[in-house]
Write a protein that binds this ligand. Structure first.
Ligand SMILES: [Zn+2]
Length: 244
C-alpha cells in the first residue's frame, strides 16, 4: 500500500539513564537525526529530569509483584526506599517493572510541550508486559508507547537463546548473543529507536523482512541478524523518503 504519512512530532528527545555504560549517545543522536531529519535532543535520566515528591512511589507502584497477574498493588515502604537509592546511582538487581504502567506514569510527568515530542526513554530497568493471551509476564526490549521505552537489560534477557546454549557448552554458535555492557548495544538501541519512530509514523513498528532492523526478533540470533547487522529494507527506506 502506498501512502504518505507525516511524522506526528517535530522533535525527538532521548532520556538516558546515567547508570548505563558503554552507550555512544552522540552516535545514536546523529544516526536518528540523519535518518529522520528532525532535531534530536539527548537528556539525562528521565526521573532526574522530572523529579517530584511522588516520583519514588510512582516508580515503585509499577513493580511486578506477581508474574501471572497485572493487578495493581500499593508499593511497600521498603520498595519506595529502594527507588530512592536507585536514583542516587545504586544498581538495579532483579526488579521487573510493568512497561505499560511505567510508560503511563512517565507520560503524566511530561510537560505539555514534551507531550508533542517523540520521547524515547533508555533505561537500565528490566521491563516486562503481560499481554492478552499470555499467562505470565515476559521481558521486553522495547515498549512502543508515549513515551517509548528501550530497556538495555531487556535486549540481553528478553530475546531467548537457543536451548542448546545452556545444555551443550561445547557447541559452537555462529553468533554471539547480546551481553550486559555489550559494545554492540549502541547499534541495538538505534534499531529499537527506529521501531518506536515507525510505530509513531505508521502504527506498525515491525517488518517481516529478515535483515530489517524493524524485524520483531524473539531470539538472540534474530537480534544479531536484524537489530545489529541489519539495515532498513527498501520498502521502509522508501516509506521514510516519503515522510521526511
Ligand atoms: Zn523493513
Amino acid at each position: 500500500m502506498i501512502y504518505s504519512a507525516e511524522f506526528p512530532f517535530e522533535r525527538i528527545i532521548f532520556y538516558v539513564s546515567d547508570r548505563i555504560d558503554r552507550l555512544e549517545t552522540q552516535e545514536i543522536a546523529s544516526y536518528i537525526h540523519s535518518t529522520i531529519k528532525k532535531p534530536v535532543v539527548m537528556k539525562e535520566d528521565f526521573f532526574h529530569e522530572h523529579r517530584n515528591d511522588k516520583i519514588f512511589e510512582s516508580i515503585a507502584s509499577t513493580r511486578v509483584a506477581d508474574l501471572n497477574s497485572r493487578k495493581d498493588k500499593d508499593p511497600l515502604p521498603m520498595e519506595i526506599e529502594i527507588e530512592k537509592k536507585i536514583l542516587k546511582g545504586k544498581g538495579i538487581y532483579g526488579i521487573l517493572y510493568d512497561g505499560w504502567k511505567l510508560s503511563k506514569n512517565m507520560f503524566e510527568l511530561l510537560s505539555e510541550e514534551e507531550q508533542k515530542d517523540h520521547i524515547i526513554v533508555i533505561t537500565d530497568r528490566l521491563i516486562g508486559t503481560l499481554e492478552r493471551g499470555e499467562s505470565r509476564y515476559h521481558v521486553r526490549t522495547v515498549i512502543n508507547s508515549l513515551p517509548s521505552i528501550i530497556s538495555i537489560p531487556g535486549i540481553v534477557e528478553g530475546p531467548a537463546k537457543p536451548k542448546e546454549f545452556y545444555l551443550e557448552t561445547e557447541k559452537r554458535f555462529d553468533f554471539k548473543p547480546m551481553e550486559h555492557e555489550d559494545i554492540r548495544m549502541t547499534k541495538a538501541v538505534k534499531s529499537y529507536a527506529l521501531q518506536t519512530i515507525f510505530w509513531r509514523l505508521t502504527g506498525d513498528p515491525f517488518c517481516d523482512k529478515i535483515g530489517c532492523p524493524l524485524f520483531n526478533s524473539h531470539w538472540q540470533e534474530e537480534v544479531i541478524k536484524n537489530q545489529i547487522e541489519g539495515e532498513l529494507c527498501e520498502e521502509h527506506k522508501a516509506e521514510l523518503k516519503r515522510s521526511v
